[in-house]
Design a protein around this ligand. Sequence first.
Ligand code: GCU
Length: 594
Amino acid sequence: MSAARFLAVPFLLSVLAGAAPPPITLIANIPGRSTISLNGPWHFIVDPYETGLGERYYENAKPKDKSDRIEYDFDRSETLNVPGDWNTQKQELFFYEGPVWYQKTFSYRPREHSRVFLYFGAANYFTRVYLNGTKLGEHEGGFTPFNFEVTSLLRDGDNFAVAEVNNARRADGVPASRTDWWNFGGITRDVTLVEVPEVFIQDYSIQLAPGSLSEIAGWIQLSTHPIIALVTLEIPEAGIKKTVTTDLQGRAEFRLPIAITPWSPENPKLYEVTVSTALDTIRDSIGFRAIEARGQEILLNGKPVFLRGISLHEEAPIRGGRAYSPEDAQTLFGWAKELGCNFVRLAHYPHNENEIRLADRMGLLVWSEIPVYWDIDWKNSATLANAEAQLRDMIARDHNRASVIFWSLSNETPVEPARLEFLKRLADDARGLDSTRLITSALNHTQNTGTKRSLTDPVGQYLDVLGLNEYVGWYEARPEDADSIQWSAGYSKPLLITEFGADARFGRHGDAGTRWTEEYQANLYVHQLSMVNRIPGLAGLSPWVLMDFHSPRRPLPGIQDYFNRKGLISNQGERKLAFSVLQKFYRDKTATAH
Ligand code: GCU
């Protein structure tokens, strides 16, 4: 079908019908698009009383004459780097929670036949965005991307973007008011102008068909409907070139036989994939792997796999603050690989895309989680809608990543009816959005009789895999008590020990019974690892935690200093004794697996 006829159809129909193009949700694969970065210094105004809303800071106004009253001036205000949290960029903002206004001027030359979107990788927590004084919209949630169309608002020449970012904690938020991580505020990930054709490829899913190693199945969604168009899928290395026709909704589904080398941590094989229409072409690197749960086993490409994991926060090594760059990811995942890991639990919120794409390339299986953490306003429908939106966007951004095998709905939530309903809803949503991955949660409520402990949390019925957080030897009992404890799960589903650990200040030494020392932590690991080795059908573990991280709940002077010190590595990259205890355990596991 010629470009002209292709072009005519959608617009003719939509003009005739007077229907505006459907609102664009998240645009997939930003790294594969034509983009203009708006990263770098942005002017900022700290606004604890949110005066800027009433004073309309978003207009970026200047006094018209000597009598005009304008009580702010971005251009003469200091700057913050984007991406980056404000807490570690300005000492005086380390503890600050509240609204901060950001402003960036930039020049732009409009392109013919194209649409433009303003894309944020993330901003914590509640963000209002404006362009040239016009409000684009709002976003709630600190760890998922969002985009707004700006095609009609962009000027040929000078433009200014303003964003109010407010990281105030909210009892009805996700997360709610209490967390054990620092509430880093700001525009914490990339800001990008994304240029796409008038009708573009908005999203696609290209993966192995569930349960198959020799068939791919998926869909391609165009940005506009009603429309019928031809879309071509190419995977040259696998000899795939297939053209399919969309339905009237601009969606094409496909199922094709394919011969591939499956993606695995040992061989993270990625294929160059191109999806194209007459107007738009997008490229991606995709790995093909099968993941499923069978009884108590997790099968990767049809074979049982033991997950040698570690949990980590999205905190930057050495410099501290929210991690965002490929270098941050390289350092963190390099340490995980050095530990002997084939799995990382990214806690407790969706981490940045640089990490996920690096996991694809490095060969690390990923647990990705939304921050339904501890106590949430379970009965509040707005809180549920917020959690559902974060789940939807987490899946939308990463559903083509082979490394991601788990969607985790929550961490350590109380066993009560409203919570059960809430999590059931999220489990149904997740399965509706992506039936190819395993749904899980990190649980910590067990039934204990003497030394027998069983994970019987009712939410287990809605999950494919159970995560168990336990702190024997730290928050309860002594490290050696782990020797007599016998764990079991009330479900014949795969079980992971998703957290255990102990705080130790790097360089603090003493006997194994002295808390806060490296010896105490190493001793705890020795007892924990022999305990987990006795758990029948255990499918893996991800101890807490790779690196010490900032937490407002940890003030102990000279030891914690607002760091959770359960890292196997200090925030300065120093390995503690327990690092080699776990490294040896994984080396032995790998040896026995072969
Ligand atoms: C909890 C929680 C973590 C926390 C850890 C700890 O289980 O999931 O977020 O940091 O334990 O107390 O160190």
